[in-house]
Design a protein around this ligand. Structure first.
Ligand code: ZN
Length: 461
């Protein structure tokens, strides 16, 4: 119950939807035999059908580089997924996204279900056809968007109840409906509806959310109609509590899902807590399945998480920060709005081979960012190129056996004075990577804190 709004008879999210599932789907591999089992407290059907292949091509301690074969694309991990809220990355065409090596786009189920609606997407053969994107797609469950965007949202055992942004009526998104909508959208990877609480929240609510997430995964599995061409990922919750994270990871692994996500991070927790949760979860998740850290997109975070054994990332940060006039460069960020850029005739990053850096100066983009949408489009292009190139460099350095050198080079450029944050030093020690050559002796280990980066802090996902 919230805001004086009666929730006694919420309208279901897809009340008017008719099941209409396509059969012309691609089977990645024949389904293995399903089996059922009973356990105390719950009964679940375990299906081994999955629509992906995950082949590890190289390792360095916990870090791995893999080939992830999805129904629509063969990907290389580690990989970064740009967020295309309504089936588009703002300001970039599909051919540009292909040119810069984008492998998977993330679509927000909540936004897609409102417009163009999942019915229409189903009618036209799914989001791939609608947006004419030939490569991988991933959709989220929709629940996080509701809880984060709509203040009048509430979570009960049934699902996420919220006030319709269209007509103000109470509506309900259940695990079953989230999966049904995602089945209509047709992405290669779909996400279970989970009960997300901010990592800054403590107490019994965290435990409640974790157990509810485990109960909901069985409802998601049961509702999933396309396991042979869509991969359902479960999401490990449990806040910053290692015991709860452990219970959740084990519970999800028992369900034998095609892949797993580490959720609930990038919610304002300190970086020390952040990397420890990632390290714990990657260690608890299967070696032969992809591991996706949700909402993570700062370059430094991606390097650290990859060293700890994570494979996939998404974040609005590179494109969001571009719209604020900020470029990602090896040294950190470059603010193109700054008056010092007005007569700077160098490219954004002289070492970057992207189309923007080859053709435009900082001075030119400085003029545009304050006056023309083209400015943020060019910056989005460069920033996504930077993230995708970072992904490729992570992959190739692991495969070629030079991952520690790559990490040291990355850190040296970002922290030329050797003031590598202490949490990075601690994480790399656990990852078994010696970064002493890029840390200053007796370094103060200044705390790198995403809060010190303006405008994007809470926009991680
Ligand atoms: Zn560039």
């Amino acid at each position: 119950m919230f805001g004086g709004m009666s929730l006694e008879a919420p309208i279901t999210w897809c009340l008017c939807f008719k099941p209409k599932l396509k059969t012309n789907t691609t089977n990645m591999q024949p389904p293995l035999k399903s089996r059922s089992r009973s356990r105390q407290g719950y009964t679940t059907t375990v299906t081994n059908a999955m629509a992906l292949a995950f082949e590890v091509l190289g390792r360095f301690n916990r870090a791995r580089a893999a080939r992830l074969t999805l129904p629509h694309h063969v990907c290389q991990t580690p990989l970064f997924m740009p967020v295309g809220t309504q089936g588009t990355i703002k300001g970039l065409t599909n051919s540009q996204l292909e040119d810069i090596g984008c492998q998977i786009i993330l679509g927000n189920t909540y936004h897609l279900a409102l417009r163009p609606t999942s019915e229409l997407l189903d009618e036209v053969g799914g989001l791939h056809k609608f947006m004419n994107w030939q490569r991988g797609l991933l959709t989220d469950s929709g629940g996080f968007q509701m809880v984060s965007l709509l203040h009048l949202a509430d979570i009960t055992e049934k699902g996420v109840t919220f006030q319709s942004p269209v007509d103000g009526k109470p509506m309900l998104l259940t695990p079953e409906e989230s999966i049904e909508i995602q089945n209509r959208i047709g992405a290669d990877i779909i996400m279970a509806l989970d009960d997300v609480v901010k990592t800054t929240i403590t107490g019994p609510r965290v435990e409640e959310a974790m157990y509810r997430t485990l109960r909901w995964i069985d409802r998601c599995i049961a509702a999933h109609k396309r396991p042979h061409d869509q991969n359902l990922f479960g999401i490990v919750q449990g806040g910053l509590d290692p015991i709860l994270r452990d219970i959740c990871a084990k519970g999800l692994v028992e369900r034998n899902l095609p892949g797993y996500a580490i959720g609930g991070l990038s919610g304002g927790e300190d970086k020390n807590s952040f990397w420890r949760v990632v390290a714990q979860c990657t260690a608890a998740l299967p070696e032969h399945k992809p591991r996706y850290v949700m909402g993570v997109g700062y370059p430094l975070d991606i390097v650290v998480c990859s060293a700890l054994g994570a494979d996939m990332y998404d974040c609005v940060y590179p494109t969001r920060t571009a719209r604020f006039g900020t470029a990602l460069i090896p040294e950190g960020v470059l603010k193109l709005k700054h008056k010092a850029m007005a007569d700077d005739t160098r490219p954004i990053d002289p070492t970057c081979p992207c189309m923007v850096c080859k053709n435009y100066t900082r001075a030119y983009i400085h003029c545009l960012v304050t006056k023309d949408a083209m400015g943020s489009q060019l910056l989005s292009y460069h920033n996504l190129y930077y993230m995708l190139q970072l992904s490729r460099n992570l992959h190739s350095s692991i495969v070629e056996g030079r991952f520690p050198e790559f990490v040291c080079d990355f850190l040296h450029k970002m922290f030329p004075k050797g003031d590598v944050p202490e949490w990075v030093c601690d994480a790399m020690e656990v990852a078994g990577i010696d970064i002493s050559s890029c840390c200053a002796p007796f370094s103060s280990c200044e705390e790198y804190d995403s809060k010190s980066m303006p405008e994007e802090v809470s926009l991680a996902r």
